[in-house]
Structure formats: C-alpha cells, structure tokens
Ligand binder design. Structure first.
Ligand code: FE
Length: 201
C-alpha cells in the first residue's frame, strides 16, 4: 500500500491529465496549477471494500484514473452523506463516495470540487439535489442517469452528464457497477439532500 500523500498526488495527476485532455472537464471549471493541501482524517465504510474488490469496473481509456482512485481508497475519508435519512443499511453499505478536492479531501480549491462515486450492480440512488452544479464523468462500468425534465440515459466510460443547480437527479445500476469522477462548481458548501425525504422515488 502506498502512502496517503503519494496516493492522493497520483489521483490529482490523473485529474490534471483528464482536465487537459477532455473539453467537457476543462470547460466545466478551471483547475488551478497549485492547490492547497490539507490533512485527511481517514474514515472507512463497507462500500469501500466493494469498490476495491469489484472486478466488473471495465473501462475504455480511463483505467489509470480508476486505479489511482482505488489505490487511494484506504486513505480516504469516505462519506456518509445520507446517514440519519430514510436511506437504509443496504444503501449505506453499498453506496460509496469520497472527496479528492474539497471538504474532507486532500486538496482544496475555490473553483471546483472533485469526488469519486462508486455503486455496485443493482443499486438505486434516489432523487436528490444540491445548489452546486455538477458533472458526472464515467470512468468505469455503466449506469442509468435520471434527471427531472430529461429522458434517462445510460452512460459508459468517457460519457458525462451535467446536473444544473438544484435539479433533482438519480442514478440506477443494473448488471454492472460504475465509478465516476464527479465535479462540482458554484455553491459547494451545501450537501446533497433527498428530493423526497419521506419515501420514493
Ligand atoms: Fe448530485
């Protein structure tokens, strides 16, 4: 296992490479040449194991970033955004997200937040929203993305979807898992909340 700082630097190097190569990422937000660093208090969750051990995360050109995010997993502050909500243990034990740039992450920036999101096969992440604008960029696997006012779409490695500020959106996996780089811009201080806190959808 490589050290925490080396693991996070590798993730940032992959983010820089993708930002330089991918117009959708580059046009979403600037990535400053120098990012402030902060210590990360690691926090483990069961879903981190699922991601680390998942052999279904096929990619198509984004293997290095996928592997960098997996290698940093033991050092990450895995989030429990929906603890204390109606989301039960199955979701809490299988949905995985940690921060690379932003609160709880190893780097900080005013211009963007960057997160890793993983879901195993057969999981539904219900409609939720947040003031920040958001870009999901699929690194591995496949998932169905739903957004109020738009047809659902199935995304695979290299595909992306944009979620406007406070627009409810949801994600469903079927036969495959997925891993995405998720970018935020704008008001990043407000966490996501469930759009229907008392029940489905
Ligand atoms: Fe979101």
């Amino acid at each position: 296992m490589i050290g925490a700082r080396a693991a996070f630097e590798r993730c940032l190097a992959e983010l820089r490479a993708l930002h330089a190569a991918c117009p959708a990422i580059a046009s979403f937000a600037p990535l400053p040449d120098s990012l402030a660093e902060q210590p990360v208090m690691p926090h483990d969750i069961p879903a981190a194991r699922l991601m680390e051990e998942d052999d279904g995360l096929f990619s198509d050109g984004f293997e290095a970033m996928r592997d960098a995010f997996i290698a940093a997993s033991p050092h990450a502050q895995w989030r429990e955004t929906y603890k204390g909500t109606r989301m039960g243990p199955d979701f809490m034990n299988r949905f995985a997200c940690y921060c690379l740039v932003g609160s709880g992450g190893p780097f900080v920036s005013d211009s963007l937040g960057a997160y890793v999101v993983y879901m195993p096969p057969g999981l539904y992440y219900p409609y939720h929203h947040h003031p920040a604008e958001e870009l999901y960029f699929i690194l591995a696997g496949e998932a169905e993305f739903l957004m109020e006012g738009a047809p659902s779409k199935t995304l695979r490695p290299g595909d992306h979807v944009f979620h406007p500020s406070n627009r409810p959106h949801a994600t469903r996996t079927h036969a495959h898992p997925f891993m995405a780089l998720v970018l935020w811009r704008g008001n990043m201080s407000v966490k996501p909340v469930l759009t229907h806190p008392d029940g489905e959808p």
